[in-house]
Design a protein around this ligand. Structure first.
Ligand SMILES: Nc1ccn([C@H]2C[C@H](O)[C@@H](COP(=O)(O)O)O2)c(=O)n1
Ligand SMILES: [Zn+2]
Length: 183
């Protein structure tokens, strides 16, 4: 008996899940011990035109620059904050298109004020974020003020599922074609 299915798969991830998951995958490249943030820029044709994560600038070795976030003003030169490039900035400067006007940026954490400025100046029109855990901080309040003034729309991503797991261990494509486990 031929039990070959002629129906399309239904258990596939939606576009928004795909873009946010791409941002989360990029975040796994981050060396920051406290925050791993990823960002994914998508154009109006649903094509990914930029991906980035928080990391040290090119030529600034991850092992030579500080990753701590200690407080004393005298020690600020030995904290990451003066050096690290945020995920949003990297995703925008890494763009593989002429520009990112009209694009949407998917990011794990709501953009800070510096990234908000870059987002606005680059012409990105929509921000989709997962966490807004720094919303109480002045620089994040400033981001919203600038987005509101500049007409950049922002909304929280509401995941329909808790996990998307990538499993490299399966070796039988015919019987288990989906290497991606969705739960
Ligand atoms: N929207 C954001 C927010 C933060 N980051 C990065 C930058 C740092 O590596 C880390 C947070 O640092 P902290 O706020 O503790 O100084 O997360 C980002 O890439 N995008
Ligand atoms: Zn930022």
């Amino acid at each position: 008996m031929n039990n070959e299915t002629t129906q399309k798969r239904t258990n596939y991830i939606e576009w928004e899940e795909y873009f946010m998951a791409t941002a989360f995958l990029a975040a796994q490249r981050s060396k920051d011990p406290h925050y791993q943030v990823g960002a994914c820029v998508v154009n109006e044709d649903k094509k990914i035109v930029g991906i980035g994560y928080n990391g040290m600038p090119l030529g600034c070795p991850d092992d030579d620059f500080p990753w701590g976030k200690s407080a004393e003003a005298s020690e600020v030169l030995e904290t990451k904050s003066l050096y690290v490039c945020h995920a949003e900035m990297n995703a925008i400067v890494n763009k593989n298109a002429a520009d990112v006007r009209g694009c949407t940026i998917y990011v794990g954490l709501f953009p800070c004020n510096e990234c908000a400025k870059i987002i606005i100046q680059s012409g990105i029109k929509n921000v989709v974020y997962l966490s807004d855990e720094k919303a109480h901080k002045p620089n994040y309040i400033a981001s919203k003020r600038m987005f509101n003034a500049a007409g950049v729309l922002y909304r929280q991503f509401k995941p329909k599922r808790d996990k998307i797991v990538i499993d490299f261990t399966q070796d039988n494509w015919e019987e288990s074609p989906a290497k991606l486990r969705i739960s």
